[in-house]
Ligand binder design. Structure first.
Ligand SMILES: Cc1cc2nc3c(=O)[nH]c(=O)nc-3n(C[C@H](O)[C@H](O)[C@H](O)COP(=O)(O)OP(=O)(O)OC[C@H]3O[C@@H](n4cnc5c(N)ncnc54)[C@H](O)[C@@H]3O)c2cc1C
Length: 417
């Protein structure tokens, strides 16, 4: 199916029509859903108010294996084996059992976008009536609709929740030119009473920012302060609200993925790999429906169950998120040092990675039946335990050597025009 890229101005023509699947939002979550529908024969439309990759939405650091397993290595800028944690009393270096990589947002989105055969239009979503999405360029209809629009959860039936009263963190960063060797965070009340500061080098750029778990704490001044302390210019700002509480991933017939479902992990505010993970899970369920192997109702139930099965992990991280700021600063420093024991780091970061394991990206769609393991009510042997993330196979790579899964079900788009 040829891909139409709509330009701005006079070329911003009206759009409309019926699709099998309508994916709203073309960032990590939406593009992951679209990828799983490639080659299914379904009429899929992806819409976003910006061109793919146009507006960076994060500091863009993710576990390396996630990038490798999705064939996104071309976007990687820098890889880190260590995590450096600074406190007012010194610094601790954690030798991780796997690596993080920073990446270029535009390149990653473009590479991920190449893996679907959906239509794409730039359009601003204004709202929804049943199965119809209202945009600034017209109405689009589909029986299967995905909200990958971020924390606003625009397609929910209710008004959702608004900061500062909602369980949202606040994040802001600057992107000065510069370079660095370490992935660093600061747990220091000079920058934020509850939260952390960071500096993520990305080859010739630094991403320096502050995230506050308390939405009422304004992070602009302290983001500038951290940049000053690092002798970097506070330029090219980028910020957003970051959800730190899981929300229902299905509601009123809509599939919510990524920040719209609160899939960003509390404590660390890591929301990229979870957006990819739940996006893949959602896409596999939708694929079963469009291929006639499931129904929309079953897909909603299975995806909803899958997401909810992770709630205990999100709750656990949220408890730690609430606890850490309550500790006196010297105790924080001591605890962070004690937890830096290599065996504990391997254990804790291993569990942390498995909340949304990179191997999930590489599981073959066709053999898997395109979705999660069947539940007993569907005649399968699997029960709720199979829906838990720990039931999925571990990544075989520690990430440092770049051992990603290569046999990916990557479908390429037809040539443009
Ligand atoms: C400052 C900051 C730094 C961060 N750093 C990291 C990090 O290093 N690593 C990490 O894992 N996580 C990080 N996060 C969290 C991460 O950015 C999010 O969890 C992640 O982007 C969620 O992906 P998503 O696809 O659900 O939503 P988003 O990435 O927010 O994408 C939503 C998409 O919807 C589109 N959209 C929104 N509204 C409309 C509309 N009305 N009409 C049409 N389109 C619309 C947007 O243009 C966008 O493309 C950071 C967050 C912030 C704020």
């Amino acid at each position: 199916m040829p891909k139409r890229r709509t330009k701005r101005g006079a070329q911003r023509t009206p759009i409309g029509g019926d699709y099998d699947v309508l994916i709203c939002g073309a960032s990590f979550a939406g593009l992951a859903v679209a990828r799983e529908l490639a080659g299914s024969g379904a009429r899929v439309m992806v819409i976003d108010r910006y061109e793919v990759g146009e507006r960076q939405t994060s500091a863009c650091a993710a576990p390396t294996d996630w990038l490798l397993n999705l064939g996104l290595q071309g976007s990687m800028r820098q890889t880190f084996q260590d995590l450096v944690i600074n406190t007012p009393y010194g610094r601790h270096r954690y030798d991780l059992p796997w690596t993080f990589s920073t990446f270029d947002y535009r390149t990653l989105c473009e590479l991920l976008d190449e893996q679907n055969d959906a239509d794409f239009e730039t359009a601003k979503v204004n709202g929804r009536s049943a199965n119809t999405i209202h945009t600034d360029r017209g109405d689009l209809t589909a029986p299967l609709i995905v909200d990958g629009l971020g924390w606003r959860r625009l397609l929910a039936a209710d008004d959702g929740y608004q900061p500062p009263d909602a369980p949202l963190s606040r994040g802001l960063e600057v992107h000065p030119n510069g370079s660095g060797e370490d992935l660093e965070i600061w747990i220091d009340r000079r920058y934020v009473p509850a939260g952390y500061g960071w500096s993520f080098p990305a080859r010739n750029e630094l991403r320096i920012g502050v995230g506050s778990f308390d939405p009422r704490f304004h992070v602009k001044d302290t983001t500038v302060l951290l940049a000053e302390d690092l002798d970097a210019d506070a330029v090219r700002y980028q910020g957003n609200w970051i959800p730190h509480k899981l929300r229902p991933s299905t509601e009123d017939g809509i599939f919510f993925v990524g920040d719209s479902a609160g899939h960003c992990l509390p404590l660390t505010a890591e929301g990229i790999r979870t957006a990819l993970y739940f996006g893949i899970a959602c896409g596999r369920e939708l694929r079963r429906v469009v291929e006639g192997r499931s129904t929309a109702d079953v897909a909603l139930r299975r995806y909803g169950t899958f997401s909810a099965a992770h709630e205990w992990q999100f709750e656990w991280l949220l408890r730690v998120q609430k606890l850490v700021p309550k500790l006196p600063a010297p105790l924080q420093h001591g605890v962070i040092g004690a937890l830096g024991d290599k065996r504990f780091v391997d254990w804790s970061f291993g569990h942390y990675l498995r909340i949304a394991d990179p191997s999930f990206a590489g599981a073959p769609i066709a053999n898997q039946g395109g979705g999660m393991p069947p539940t007993p009510s569907e005649g399968g042997a699997g029960g709720p335990a199979e829906l838990e993330p720990s039931a999925f196979p571990r990544s075989g790579s520690n990430g440092a050597s770049g051992g990603g899964t290569s046999a990916l079900p990557v479908a390429h788009k037809p040539d443009q025009g």
